[in-house]
Design a protein around this ligand. Structure first.
Ligand code: KG4
Ligand code: ZN
Length: 356
């Protein structure tokens, strides 16, 4: 039996969790997430300095709350796992410094976890999924295909060369006058729209491989909007619904086709998705259809575990602990830390390349 405290502070969620593993079975004893949306709302995006200060102020409170909710004390832990990258440097540093302090004070081993490994290993916590499997991460700041063959064995098969899909949903919502976060608003508007009315591009489908692009699609929506404004003096509710439906369909088509190609690179037994965009029903259905067609199991962990949280960090810590992984006081915060050591780092992928 292993019990690990997880700490997460790489973007705009301050989180702590206690996870226990008995054999391959993981149980979340507590998971506390304090979001910072209201702190950043006035600025139209995450402000790194504000995020770092908020993490520094709230982390110890989150850790206390996670221990209390689990009914355990620090002395009951076997180790402390902390996100040590990638992400916004100030936030990651806040978490790493706290974890080092706790480790020195208690003598507990310290384990630095890659935030993306946390996302990628979540299906093992929720469903005990066996290696190897294909993971598609689709969030507001991230978009990549990973073949997951072990707790520390990731191969990046492709990803967005510009915007992450969630970022594109948010921008499309903005240009159409819909509220943020844009994903749910666009999905709702699309319900009453005709996806075939506007001809929108399917970027990079003509290019070999699994890379994706969403920036041109977003611009195409903007052009259609401008054309409607010029022709009719404004947008009608139906125009907006049709644009939302067309955009959503294009994202789903591109993700499905690229997933099909990633599956073909094999060998995998399952297709798992994570990230806020995986909440979209049209996209989820398209991905599930690919899994069914290719004979793979389809897994989408519950939304609270798809988006940023510390339970995934504690679980990744458990997997790494079992591999014998331990960090010392020289553990550093790594704002850019590619999961796949053989892949060239992608600069500028996703929202400022920071949020994962
Ligand atoms: O994973 P997440 O909560 O945060 C990170 O970016 O890490 O993802 C948030 C993103 C936002 O861009 C939001 O617009 C998008 O996920 N999103 C959606 C939906 N719900 C959230 N996109 C499309 N359809 C949705 N239903
Ligand atoms: Zn994340």
């Amino acid at each position: 039996m292993l019990t690990i405290l997880g700490i997460e502070s790489s973007c705009d969620d301050t989180a702590a969790a206690v996870v226990r593993a008995i054999g391959a079975q993981g149980t979340i004893l507590s998971s506390v997430v304090e979001g910072q949306t209201s702190l950043h709302a006035a600025f139209g995006g995450v402000v790194p300095e504000i995020a770092a200060r908020a993490h520094a102020e709230r982390l110890d409170h989150c850790v206390e709350a996670a221990l209390t909710q689990a009914g355990l004390a620090l002395r009951d832990m076997d180790a402390i796992a902390v996100t040590s990258g990638p992400g916004l440097i100030g936030g990651v540093l806040s978490g790493v410094m706290l974890a080092k302090g706790l480790s020195v004070a208690t003598g507990l081993p310290l384990i630095g976890v890659n935030h993306l490994a946390g996302h990628a290993l979540t299906p093992r916590l929720t469903d005990g999924l066996a290696f190897p499997y294909l993971m598609l991460l689709v969030s507001g700041g991230h978009c990549q295909f990973l073949r997951v063959a072990g707790p520390d064995d990731f191969t990046r098969l492709g990803g967005s060369i510009d915007d992450a899909p969630g970022e594109a949903f948010d921008k499309v919502a903005k240009v159409l006058g819909l509220p943020q976060p844009g994903g749910p608003a666009v999905e709702l508007a699309a319900l009453s729209g005709d996806a075939r009315r506007f001809a929108l591009p399917r970027p990079l489908l003509d290019r070999f491989g699994c890379d994706l692009s969403f920036s041109g699609l977003k611009t195409a929506v903007l052009r259609q909007r401008d054309a409607l404004v010029v022709a009719a003096g404004g947008l009608r509710v139906q125009d907006r619904a049709d644009l939302c439906a067309g955009f959503q369909r294009a994202v789903a088509d591109v993700l499905a086709e690229k997933t099909r190609r990633a599956v073909a690179l094999g060998p995998v037994q399952a297709l798992a998705v994570a990230g806020g965009v995986a909440a979209n029903r049209t996209i989820r259905a398209a991905l599930e259809a690919v899994a069914t067609d290719t004979g793979l199991r389809f897994l989408a962990p519950p939304l609270a575990l798809c988006t940023d949280n510390a339970a995934m960090i504690a679980w990744a810590g458990i997997e790494l602990y079992r591999l014998g992984h331990r960090d010392g006081m020289d553990l550093s915060a790594r704002p850019r830390w590619p999961l796949d050591r053989t892949a060239a780092p992608l600069i500028g992928s996703g929202r400022k390349g920071a949020k994962a």
